[in-house]
Structure formats: structure tokens, C-alpha cells
Design a protein around this ligand. Structure first.
Ligand SMILES: *[C@@H]1O[C@H](CO)[C@@H](O)[C@H](O)[C@H]1NC(C)=O
Ligand SMILES: *[C@@H]1O[C@H](CO)[C@@H](O)[C@H](O)[C@H]1NC(C)=O
Ligand SMILES: *[C@@H]1O[C@H](CO)[C@@H](O)[C@H](O)[C@H]1NC(C)=O
Ligand SMILES: *[C@@H]1O[C@H](CO)[C@@H](O)[C@H](O)[C@H]1NC(C)=O
Ligand SMILES: *[C@@H]1O[C@H](CO)[C@@H](O)[C@H](O)[C@H]1NC(C)=O
Length: 504
């Protein structure tokens, strides 16, 4: 009898554990959760020289340094979304997304780069797109800056010139005024780490300036924080009361995991150099301590009489601290962190003192930087919860690249696993995630990778002037997920249409 009761208890406990486990992982979206998709102006619009549009750094970069783009191509035409925005919106509606995150091309709205001339056509395009979304019941989410600033501003140093702060705020004010009645979610700046590092510390991104020792990168980040904060303050002062929207910044965040249990502290340092660089000033007032001490240490070792990481005055700290209505996260991948062994010999090569690698069990993608590790997503969301007092989080990009398969089982599997991790982080761990965006609605111009790496749930025929769109299997899958508000199982691969017949 006793044995029976024990056995019964074990069965009951097991069933209860299973139920509570499965309830958490029921894979439904919480009520009110917002699901959307995303793009960026230079990657989809084309129409680079219509009307009075000015030249931006990506126009200039791709036209003058095509050798830095893997297929030598550019965004002159891209997805033609400038002309096809109604078709894009109809597609987004058909799939069933709640919101569309798009970005505005600074030089399309301000041809001279400055607020002295506002392009009527340029602004009209974004008014049209916004109105089309609203008319179709899709919430517009607007990125003010997604890497394509006017070339004239770059001629004066771009993000390394502090004057960009004022020029950026002028530009943002014009957008708040023109679109703020319809747009209630604003992103000031997309992924500072990507363009500050790729553009001012290397050649992967425009303007491809190789300024040594991260001096340009840190200065860029410094001015980004000022521009973001001043824009947030402007919204507070002039628009919040009447428009009632939210303003935040979007950071590109990897999950930095310890290579093994000995390297927890190193993983923490990597997190602070990546996420903390921007988020610590915004949530806690200044750069993370570990960044300040490490960059000062390595700068001194290199003979600089000052730290290459700039300092904020108390006045700027007060302006920047507390300037996120929500936390915007772009997440794709993880890295394993371990200490640079050279430091044991007193040789300091990296500001963070770290090296990274990936686990051999993580599946690859078409992109050299993207390996699949879904559990890293949950790890990152819990880290943000703990570091910044569980702020509202919007996942503004998540996705997977391949080389153009229409039956894109790997992409579906990626979305299933990553979104599942997010749902567990929300339901089991209490992470305050309110929205999630698929990157991307369309295959598009993937920066230094040209058109060779495709992130779309929709195939775009870039080799033909019609730039026709074709649904991939992942688009069909997302349509079902959105109609059920619940993750759907991953279909098993049968016959694989790899490319459209006309693809060269
Ligand atoms: C715009 O650029 C295209 C090349 O992408 C060129 O063929 C066309 O002539 C240009 N149009 C104008 C008005 O400059
Ligand atoms: C905006 O919409 C109007 C009315 O449909 C149209 O005439 C105009 O060409 C559109 N402008 C742009 C830039 O898309
Ligand atoms: C972690 O890896 C390092 C280098 O391979 C090794 O020296 C250390 O003992 C490992 N620690 C643990 C806890 O496995
Ligand atoms: C930043 O703001 C928070 C919340 O208002 C405050 O507790 C903290 O002291 C501020 N940090 C700095 C460095 O001013
Ligand atoms: C693109 O789509 C249009 C409309 O369906 C069609 O008329 C055209 O032939 C297509 N172009 C190509 C290259 O398939």
C-alpha cells in the first residue's frame, strides 16, 4: 500500500510538473502581445535618385567602394519599395502582422542634409506609407535613423562630429511634426554598435573609415547617446502630451555565454561592452565601470595620455539617464567568451580583454556571424530583465539568413526555436517583452553581403526589373502562427524548391 501511494504520488507529481511545464510552454502569445515585421529604407526602397533626394553615405559607399560589397551591388533599386509600398502593405496585411517597422531616409526628407529644405515628395512618401498602414489596421513603427545619413554630414565627420546631435534633432523634429499623429512608436537610432564599429573602426559598413584603436567607434557611440537623449527630451517637451507615443533606441545584442564555468565574469564583461555601452548610460547614467576601467587601462598601455572612451559631463549624464520608454532589442546569435591568453604575458590587445568563439553544435546560416543558439535568446532576455529593472522590451529584429531557398525549413525551425525561448522567458521568467518583429518581410540589400544573404520570409527577384515577390514556406508558416496566435510545429522537409526557375 505504502509503495502504491509512493508510486501514485510520483505519477501525480510528474503529471503536475508536466502540466505546469506545458502550460508555460503552451506556445500561445500573451494577450495584447504585438507581432510585426521590419525593414530599413536603404535595404528596400531603391529610388535612390528620384525627385530631390540627397546622396547618403550608403549611396556613396556602394557607388564608390563596390569592392567592399560581396557582390559589388547596391541599393539603387533594391526591392523597389518606394514604388511598391502599397503591395508591401497588402502583403503585410495578408500575412496578418500587427505592426510594420520601417525606417526613414534622412536624405530623402532633407535633401541638403539640414532642416533648411524639406523635400515635399520625400516626406509625402512616408506620409503615404504611414497612411496606407493605418488604413489597413497595421501599426506603423518608425526608425528615424537606420544607417543612411546624408553624405554632406559625413563630409564633416558624421557621427564623430558632435554637431551631428543638433542636426539629428532638427531632422527628428520634422518627423514628429509630420507623422506623429499616426506614429506612436519611435526608434531614434538602430544598432549603434553595428555602424559605429563597422563604419568608423573598419570597412564593413559605410562610411568605411578605419580610425585606429576604436577612437572613432567610441566617439560615434558617444554622439549617438547624445543624439538619442536630446531627441527623447525634445519629444518630452514638445510632443508627448499631444501625441502620446513612445521613444526608444534599438541595440544589436548577442548572447555572450561563458566558454565554460570558469568564465562567468568574462561573459559579464562582454555583455557590458556590447549592451552596457549604450544601455548603462540610458538606464544608469554612465558607461559601465568595467568599460571605463578596461579602456583606460588599455589606452594607458598603448601610450595614450587619456582614455579612448570619452567621458560625459554631469550635465550630459542627467540628460541621457532615463531616456528609454522601452528597450529595443535586435537579436540573432550567441558567442562563447574566454579571456585573451596574451594578457597573462602583459600584452593588452583588446579593450575587453576577451576572445570569442562559437559552439560546434550550433547550426550555421548563410551569414558568417550568425550561428543558431535559441537558448541564448532566453539568456539575453533574462539578463536585460535583471540589469535594467525589467523594462518593457520590444524585439525589433530576429531572423535567419540562407541563400534563397523557397522551402526554407531552416528559417521556420529558427523562428520556432527562438520564439519558443522568448515565450518561456515571458511566461516562466516574467520578462516584460511586449512586441516582436520578424526580420524581414522581404529579402533585401544585406549591406556588405549585397543580395547574396537572404533574410526574407518573402523571396524577391532582384535580377529582374519587376522585382517580383514570391512567398517562401516561412511566410505561409507565419500566416498560420498569426491567425492562431500560437506557435505552429515545424513542417518536415519534403521536396525542396531551392530557387525560382528564372534565378540565374
Ligand atoms: C538615377 O540612377 C539611375 C541608375 O541607378 C540612372 O540610370 C538614372 O539616369 C538616374 N536618374 C537621374 C534622374 O539622375
Ligand atoms: C502619395 O500618394 C499620392 C496619392 O495616392 C500619389 O499621387 C503620390 O504619387 C504618392 N507619393 C509618393 C512619393 O509615393
Ligand atoms: C575552462 O577552460 C579553460 C581553458 O580550456 C580551462 O583551463 C579551465 O579549467 C576550464 N574550466 C572549467 C570549469 O572547465
Ligand atoms: C539615473 O537615474 C536613476 C533613476 O532616476 C537614478 O537612481 C540614478 O541615480 C541616476 N544615475 C546617475 C548617475 O545620475
Ligand atoms: C512579375 O509579376 C507581374 C504581375 O504578376 C507579371 O506580369 C510579370 O510577368 C512578373 N515578372 C516576372 C519576371 O516574372
Amino acid at each position: 500500500m505504502a509503495r502504491f501511494i509512493i508510486a501514485l504520488t510520483i505519477v501525480v507529481v510528474t503529471v503536475i510538473t508536466r502540466i505546469s511545464c506545458c502550460d508555460v510552454v503552451k506556445l500561445t502569445f500573451p494577450s495584447g502581445f504585438s507581432l510585426g515585421t521590419a525593414s530599413a529604407s536603404y535595404q528596400v526602397e531603391g529610388a535612390w535618385n528620384v525627385s530631390d533626394k540627397g546622396v547618403n553615405v550608403w549611396d556613396y559607399h556602394t557607388h564608390n567602394r563596390p569592392e567592399l560589397i560581396s557582390d559589388g551591388r547596391n541599393g539603387d533599386v533594391a526591392c523597389n519599395s518606394y514604388y511598391k509600398y502599397q503591395e508591401d502593405v497588402a502583403l503585410i496585411k495578408k500575412i496578418g502582422f500587427d505592426f510594420y517597422r520601417f525606417s526613414i531616409s534622412w536624405s530623402r526628407v532633407l535633401p541638403t542634409g539640414f532642416a533648411n529644405v524639406i523635400s515635399e515628395d520625400g516626406l509625402q512618401y512616408y506620409k503615404n506609407l504611414t497612411a496606407e498602414l493605418v488604413a489597413n489596421g497595421i501599426e506603423p513603427v518608425v526608425t528615424i535613423y537606420h544607417w543612411d545619413h546624408p553624405k554632406v554630414i559625413e563630409d564633416m565627420g558624421g557621427w564623430t562630429n558632435e554637431l551631428i546631435v543638433g542636426w539629428f534633432v532638427d531632422y527628428a523634429e520634422i518627423l514628429f511634426e509630420a507623422l506623429g499623429d499616426s506614429v506612436k512608436r519611435w526608434i531614434t537610432i538602430n544598432e549603434p554598435d553595428s555602424f559605429c564599429n563597422g563604419g568608423y573602426n573598419g570597412v564593413r559598413k559605410a562610411p568605411a573609415k578605419q580610425i585606429p584603436a576604436s577612437i572613432g567607434k567610441y566617439l560615434c557611440g558617444h554622439n549617438v547617446l547624445k543624439a538619442h537623449a536630446k531627441t527623447f527630451r525634445l519629444y518630452d517637451e514638445k510632443f508627448r502630451e499631444t501625441q502620446g507615443g513612445e521613444v526608444g533606441i534599438v541595440l544589436p545584442l548577442k548572447a555572450y555565454l561563458p566558454f565554460n564555468a570558469s568564465y562567468e565574469e568574462e561573459a559579464e564583461t562582454a555583455f557590458q561592452f556590447n549592451c552596457g555601452w549604450m544601455a548603462h548610460p540610458i538606464y544608469h547614467g554612465d558607461y559601465p565601470d568595467v568599460m571605463k576601467t578596461r579602456v583606460a587601462l588599455v589606452s594607458e598601455y598603448q601610450g595614450y595620455p587619456w582614455s579612448r572612451l570619452p567621458e560625459f559631463s554631469d550635465e550630459w549624464i542627467a540628460i541621457i539617464n532615463g531616456t528609454n520608454d522601452y528597450f529595443g532589442v535586435n537579436h540573432y546569435t550567441s558567442e562563447l567568451v574566454y579571456p585573451d591568453p596574451d594578457e597573462e604575458q602583459g600584452i593588452y590587445t583588446y579593450d575587453n580583454g576577451l576572445l570569442t568563439t562559437v559552439d560546434s553544435s550550433w547550426a550555421a546560416s548563410a551569414s558568417d556571424w550568425l550561428y543558431v543558439n535559441p537558448s541564448g535568446f532566453g539568456y539575453l532576455l533574462r539578463k536585460i530583465r535583471d540589469e535594467y529593472n525589467n523594462p518593457p522590451v520590444w524585439v525589433t529584429e530576429n531572423g535567419y539568413s540562407d541563400s534563397g531557398e523557397l522551402d526554407d525549413y531552416n528559417r521556420i525551425s529558427y523562428y520556432y526555436e527562438y520564439v519558443r525561448e522568448m515565450l518561456i522567458a515571458i511566461k516562466r521568467d516574467g520578462c516584460n517583452v511586449e512586441g516582436y518583429a520578424v526580420w524581414s518581410i522581404l529579402d533585401n540589400f544585406e549591406w556588405q553581403d549585397g543580395y547574396e544573404k537572404r533574410f526574407g520570409i518573402t523571396y524577391v527577384e532582384f535580377d529582374d526589373a519587376d522585382t517580383n515577390r514570391t512567398a517562401k514556406l516561412s511566410q505561409t508558416w507565419w500566416t498560420k502562427v498569426l491567425s492562431k496566435r500560437k506557435l505552429q510545429s515545424v513542417p518536415t522537409s519534403t521536396n525542396t524548391r531551392t530557387r525560382l526557375p528564372w534565378k540565374k
